[in-house]
Design a protein around this ligand. Structure first.
Ligand code: SF4
Length: 438
């Protein structure tokens, strides 16, 4: 059953992420000035490039990062001048805290431009230092999501994270010190790593929820791009997707009752921000190289080339370089996908947003009910426990398709990455053979 579902969702996810180039004159759509938007900022620099990672990230070089943050602030000003107003901000990467002072200045600019209600940032364990955390708290950060991935030393070594980000014991110490610093401290974990056994996963859950009592924990299934998974074979082994359902079941069974799901893969001890900004915000604006936006039924991607990005912004243009309009039906499906990922779909909200929603998506909804993935509770559709498993599979396929697109984009800037001198030469060249030819 899992394999059948995977094949179906893989096909649809690939279709949605076939971005076309925008026309040269095209910019972002005019904003709805009556509302506030979610803003996503991308900071693509990391000091170490982890082998499983398919995000848009490049090796950190100070002068490049300084230049980049300057462009990012300029693009934020441009969005403000175009009429965009923001309430919530999510800064992802890469490692957004790679230059804390630059990040703080960028967040300060946002506060100056309009009142911001919440700021969520991603970071790595070695930036959980008191001086960095204080700076982030002073800059208005309310939620910090720490990329831990695993608390098993052997797995950390395989992931090339042991040396840079510390042993499990060191990471635990840093997490203890960070306790209570922010409204929400999220631990980002990965499950279904090739050499991760049940004992290792259960120990992670125990440490995070019973010993450290982090306010939020997110368990992502391993979901790298195809070319990344081929490269991982030597160091991290082969991913077995047939194990994923069983590992997910273990997580659901092992989490203490005090941790309640807020999405299929995020669990909260206290009331906290939902981890995925795309759940609470159907539309969002993404700024920075490699950032994605979803506005007015169109998915946009910004250029992955840092040089191109800087030039675009210097010329007074946004960084967008690709667009993918969604059909009317896909917009409805996307809305249902993201809402049910957040565990329920409010019928009145869906009908108000898209009149005729339930009539138009009747076949899909009937199929989900027959599978036992959703339950009708009168005023809303609710994801069942089996549905949560199905949604893990759907979201994994969706993000893997996005990762394949990122790989393709990195391929288009290979010359920039391979240029002599820059540290980006450490980025592995993606293998772009179509699936099935190897
Ligand atoms: S996993 Fe995080 S730290 Fe590692 S390369 Fe990816 S973004 Fe950077």
């Amino acid at each position: 059953m899992d394999r059948l579902l995977t094949a179906g969702f893989r096909h649809n996810s690939r279709r949605l992420t076939r971005f076309a180039r925008p026309q040269p004159s095209e910019s972002l759509p005019a904003p709805d000035t009556a509302r506030k938007y979610m803003l996503y900022l991308h900071v693509p620099f990391c000091t170490v490039l982890c082998p499983f990672c398919s995000f848009h990230r490049v090796c950190f070089e100070e002068h490049k990062a300084l230049r980049y943050f300057k462009s990012l602030r300029q693009e934020i000003r441009m969005a403000h001048e175009a009429g965009y107003r923001f309430s919530d901000v999510y800064v992802g990467g890469g490692t957004p805290t790679v230059m804390p002072a630059e990040l703080a200045e960028t967040l300060g600019l946002l506060h100056k431009l309009s009142p911001i209600e919440s700021i969520s940032i991603e970071t790595n364990p070695d930036d959980l230092r008191p001086e960095v955390m204080s700076q982030m708290r002073d800059a208005g950060v309310t939620r910090v999501s720490v990329g831990i991935q695993s608390l098993d030393d052997e797995l950390l070594k395989q992931m090339d994270r042991y040396e840079k980000y510390g042993s499990a014991a060191e990471v635990i110490k840093r997490l203890e010190k960070a306790h209570g610093f922010f409204e929400t401290l999220n631990a980002d974990m990965i499950f279904n790593l090739p050499y991760q056994d049940e004992r290792s996963l259960l120990r992670d859950i125990d440490l995070l929820t019973r010993q450290l009592e982090v306010s939020q924990v997110t368990f992502y299934p391993l979901m790298s791009a195809e070319s990344t998974m081929r490269k991982m074979l030597k160091t991290m082994g082969e991913v077995d997707f047939d194990r994923e359902g069983h590992m997910y079941r273990l997580i659901l069974d092992a989490l203490p009752d005090s941790y309640q799901p807020s999405s299929a893969w995020c669990f909260n001890r206290e009331r906290g921000t939902v981890d995925e900004y795309i759940i609470e915000n159907e539309e969002y604006l993404g700024l920075g190289s490699g950032a994605m936006s979803y506005l007015d039924g169109v998915l946009y991607s910004s250029t992955f080339s840092l040089n191109h990005y800087n030039r675009q912004v210097d010329g007074g243009r946004f960084g967008i370089s690709r667009r993918q309009p969604l059909t009317r039906r896909d917009r409805l499906r996307y809305f249902m996908l993201m809402n049910l990922f957040g565990l329920s779909l409010d019928k009145a909200v869906a009908e108000k947003r898209y009149p005729g929603f339930f009539w138009k998506l009747a076949p899909e909804i009937l199929g989900l009910k027959m599978m036992g993935a959703v339950r009708d509770e009168g005023d809303r559709l609710v994801l069942t426990e089996y549905g949560m498993r199905v949604w893990i599979l759907i979201m994994r396929e969706f993000f893997m398709a996005v990762s394949d697109f990122r790989d393709l984009m990195r391929h288009t800037i290979r010359e920039e990455l391979d240029a002599p001198g820059p540290l980006e030469t450490r980025i592995p060249t993606p293998d772009l053979r179509p699936p099935g030819t190897h």
